[in-house]
Design a protein around this ligand. Structure first.
Ligand SMILES: [Ca+2]
Length: 99
């Protein structure tokens, strides 16, 4: 144990540790909530753009409802079947974030 930590009363260390753990936990929760909101919003836009509600975005549906997705259509359509799923948009977005 670090000498200066040993000087602190035991309960202070405990409180300090809990405070740190709590902060990390809060940050994680806020992050998860942000991600979840972004995902829900994307799902909403996807559903609105999915005119025939088959869970897939065709090129025309993307063009009309999600122009930014349409711009990247060929890159998002990883299996090249001419339609895009929510999962494909999600993994494309994750790839973009990593770069
Ligand atoms: Ca569709």
């Amino acid at each position: 144990m670090h000498p200066s930590i040993r000087l602190l009363p035991r309960h202070t260390i405990g409180t300090l540790f809990l405070a740190l753990a709590g902060t990390a936990c809060l940050a994680q929760t806020a992050d998860a909530a942000r991600m979840e909101r972004a995902r829900a919003q994307l799902q909403k836009r996807f559903d609105a753009a999915d005119a025939n509600a088959d869970g897939l975005l065709s090129r025309d549906e993307a063009k009309a409802g999600m122009p930014r997705v349409f711009k990247q259509f060929d890159r998002i359509d990883s299996d090249k079947d001419g339609t895009i799923t929510m999962e494909q948009i999600g993994s494309f977005a994750a790839q973009q974030r990593q770069r």
